[in-house]
Design a protein. Sequence first.
Length: 89
Amino acid sequence: SSSSSSKSTMSTAVCIVPPDDAWDAIQRARHLARDTTFYKWPPAIRLFHPFAPKREIPSLVGRMAEWIEEEADAIMTTTTMGDDDDDDD
């Protein structure tokens, strides 16, 4: 079976994981907020869940990295919220 015909699985995900030094504060906030995934997931932003079967992840990582590199300008945007000090008017 080819990777394009594979089914996704709930046991994997693509996530943005914060640096280790941020985990304590995030975990405290998650615990206080009674995050239902507190014991199931590490602190992370899940981008794709469900994702691919574990056996396919190594080949997908390279393809995803290439796609991100090709599309970086479209993916990356800068947003300033609530900062009026930089306005020229």
